[in-house]
Design a protein around this ligand. Structure first.
Ligand code: TNX
Length: 536
C-alpha cells in the first residue's frame, strides 16, 4: 500500500489545521475556476465536492507504467479497479494492470477501503493526488466508485476518447474529501410510452453513474404498454408490450426476466440500484386491454396509443384484481435485488378517493410481504399510514398538506418536482422534443431550487433524495434521451450530492461548460443551452 507523498500530506494537514472546525469550503474556496477546460482544478467537478485542498506542486501524471492497485483480498474492489482501467485504457493506450495493493512500489492509483477522513461517511470518499500517485479511500465500495468518477473528471476531457490520444494525462495535486448530501440520487426512464432497449438503458446507466446517480427508477407499465415479463399473466408482454404498443403504436418491446436480471446486474456494477415501477390503480390500460377480467364490466377496452392520462382504473371491488397485483408484485420482487418496489399511484382520476384508499391499503402490505419497501407518487401520502412508504413528490407547487402530514408521520420523501426535475419538459418553446405542461425548464431552472425547502414542512431530515424522471411520450431513441437529460441531469445530480452551502449557479455553469468536450467524445447528444459558456 502506498500513501500520498509527504509534501502533500504535510500540506493537507496544514490546510486541515487552518480549516479546523466545521468550515465547509465550496468550489469557490479552492479558487475561482479560471479558463474552464484549460486549467483543471480539484473542484472543477460535477457534483461539487464537499471539500478540496489544492497542492499545486503535487500533481500526478499517468504514465505507461502506471498500475491500478486495489484493496488486497477484495474481488469487489478489484472489479472497480477493472472498471477504472476500462475507462482509462482506450484514450491513454496504457496497459494499466490491476494489481493487489500489496504489490511492490510502483507509481499508480490505489483504491482502498478504510483510512479515509471521517466526513466521507458511508457513500463518500477521500482522494489524494501526490507526485507519486493517487489514492482513493472510502468506507464502502460505492464510495470508491464515486471517487473513481471524480478522478475521471480531473483528467483532461480527451480521456473520454475511444482511441489513443497523444497528450499528457495530468491530475491536479491535493486532496478531496467528499460526501453525499442525500442517500437517494435517482434518474427515471419510462419504458412504457416507448420501449427503450436494454442497450439504451445500459448506456444511460453509464452516463448517469458519472454524476454519482445511484438509483434508476424504471417506469415499466402504463396505459400504452406493459414492459416486464410476468409468467403468471404471460400476455401482459406478448400483447400488452407487443407490436403496435406505445405512443402512436411505435414503441413496442419488453424486458424478459433474463433481460431485467442482466440490467439490474449491470446497474449494480455501476453502483446503481434499480427501482422497478408497476403503476396502479390508474395508468393500467395496457393490462386491462389484455385481460378482460381486470375490468369491472368484464369487457377489455381497446389498446391505447394516445397520451391522455387519468382514464383507466383497475377494478377495486374485484378479488381478481388483488390476485393479479399479488402475482405481479411477487414475481417482480423475486427478480429485484434492490430494496424498493414502486407501485405508482399517480393520477388515479378514474378511481374514487375511497376506492384508492381501499386499494392502497391492501396493496402496500403486499410489497412488504415480498420483502420490499413501497414507493409511490405523492398521491400515496394521502393513504400511507405505514411510515416505511416512500412518497415521490412530483407537484409543481410548494404546498402539499398530505405530504407534510406524511413527513410528520415519518415517511421519507423523494423530491422530483415536475417544473424543476422533469427531464421531459422542453427547455424552451423551440425544443423539438418533450412536453410543456409543467412549463419550460432551462438548465438554471433545473438547478436553482433546494430539495429541503421546496415544500415547507418537508425538511432535510424527511428527504431521502432527489430524482430526475424522463417520461417518453415524445422520445424514441437513445439520442432523444440524451438530448433531454444533458445538461439537466447533472444539475439534479448536484442537488442530490453536493452540500447546500455549495449551491452556486455561476460555479455550476462554469463546471458544466467543461463537460461538453467530454460529452462530445462520448458521443452524447446534448443540448447547448445558451445559459452555459460551453467549452468546445
Ligand atoms: C405526468 S408525473 C405523469 C406521467 C406523464 C408525465 C408527462 C406523473 C406521476 N405522471 O404519466 O408521463 O406527466 O410529463
Amino acid at each position: 500500500m502506498r500513501t500520498p507523498s509527504t509534501p502533500l500530506r504535510a500540506a493537507s494537514v496544514l490546510c486541515l489545521a487552518l480549516l479546523a472546525g466545521p468550515v465547509v469550503a465550496g468550489p469557490a474556496a479552492a479558487g475561482p475556476l479560471t479558463s474552464p477546460g484549460t486549467t483543471r482544478q480539484l473542484a472543477d467537478v460535477i457534483p461539487a465536492p464537499l471539500q478540496t485542498y489544492a497542492d499545486a506542486g503535487a500533481g500526478y501524471r499517468l504514465a505507461p507504467d502506471t498500475v491500478i492497485r486495489t484493496q488486497s483480498g477484495s474481488p469487489e474492489i478489484r472489479r472497480i479497479g477493472e472498471y477504472l482501467a476500462g475507462v482509462l485504457r482506450p484514450a491513454t493506450g496504457y496497459r494499466l494492470p490491476v494489481v493487489p495493493a500489496a504489490h511492490p512500489r510502483q507509481p499508480g492509483i490505489s483504491l482502498l477501503l478504510g483510512g479515509a477522513d471521517r466526513r466521507v461517511g458511508a457513500g463518500g470518499y477521500q482522494l489524494d493526488v501526490g507526485r507519486s500517485g493517487i489514492t482513493i479511500r472510502a468506507t464502502e465500495p460505492a464510495g470508491l466508485f464515486a471517487g473513481v468518477q471524480t478522478l475521471r473528471q480531473l483528467l483532461p476531457a480527451e480521456i473520454e476518447s475511444p482511441r489513443p490520444q497523444r497528450r499528457s494525462w495530468a491530475v491536479p495535486g491535493g486532496r478531496i474529501v467528499d460526501q453525499p448530501r442525500f442517500a437517494y440520487r435517482g434518474a427515471m426512464l419510462d419504458l412504457a410510452r416507448h420501449f427503450h432497449t436494454p442497450d439504451e438503458v445500459r448506456s444511460y446507466i453509464d452516463l448517469i453513474a458519472q454524476y454519482k446517480i445511484n438509483y434508476l427508477h424504471l417506469h415499466l407499465t402504463d396505459d400504452q404498454g406493459w414492459r416486464i415479463q410476468i409468467d403468471s399473466w404471460p400476455e401482459l408482454t406478448t400483447r400488452g408490450g407487443g407490436p403496435g404498443t406505445g405512443v402512436d403504436g411505435v414503441g413496442p418491446g419488453f424486458l424478459t426476466k433474463a433481460d431485467y436480471a442482466a440490467l439490474t446486474a449491470y446497474a449494480a456494477s455501476r453502483y446503481v440500484t434499480v427501482v422497478p415501477e408497476i403503476d396502479m390503480p390508474g395508468h393500467t390500460n395496457a393490462a386491462q386491454s389484455t385481460y378482460a377480467e381486470l375490468n369491472c364490466d368484464g369487457v377489455a377496452p381497446p389498446p391505447r396509443t394516445d397520451i391522455a392520462v387519468g382514464y383507466s382504473s383497475l377494478c377495486i371491488g374485484s378479488e381478481i384484481t388483488y390476485d393479479f397485483v399479488e402475482d405481479v408484485i411477487r414475481e417482480l420482487a423475486a427478480i429485484t435485488p434492490g430494496p424498493y418496489l414502486h407501485i405508482g399511484g399517480d393520477e388515479a382520476h378514474a378511481t374514487t378517493d375511497e376506492d384508492y384508499r381501499t386499494f392502497m391499503t391492501r396493496v402496500i402490505p403486499l410489497v412488504a410481504k415480498y420483502g420490499k419497501r413501497a414507493f409511490g407518487w405523492n398521491e400515496i401520502a394521502k393513504v400511507a399510514e405505514d411510515p416505511s412508504v416512500v412518497a415521490q413528490y412530483w407537484g409543481t407547487g410548494t404546498s402539499n398538506p398530505d405530504l407534510v402530514a406524511a413527513a410528520q408521520r415519518g415517511n421519507k420523501v423523494v423530491m422530483s418536482p415536475a417544473n424543476k426535475s422533469y427531464l421531459d419538459m422542453k427547455y424552451d418553446s423551440s425544443t423539438p422534443l418533450g412536453l410543456s405542461w409543467a412549463g419550460f425548464i432551462e438548465v438554471r431552472d433545473a438547478y436553482d431550487w433546494d430539495p429541503a425547502t421546496r415544500v415547507p414542512g418537508v425538511g432535510e431530515e424527511s428527504i431521502l433524495g432527489v430524482e430526475a424522471p424522463l417520461w417518453s411520450e415524445t422520445l424514441r431513441t437513445g439520442d432523444d434521451i440524451e438530448f433531454m437529460a444533458f445538461p439537466r441531469l447533472p444539475a439534479i445530480a448536484e442537488l442530490g450530492w453536493s452540500a447546500a452551502a455549495h449551491h452556486d449557479w455561476d460555479s455550476f455553469r462554469q463546471r458544466l461548460a467543461t463537460q461538453a468536450p467530454r460529452w462530445s467524445r462520448q458521443n452524447v447528444n446534448f443540448y447547448r443551452s445558451p445559459q452555459v459558456p460551453w467549452v468546445s
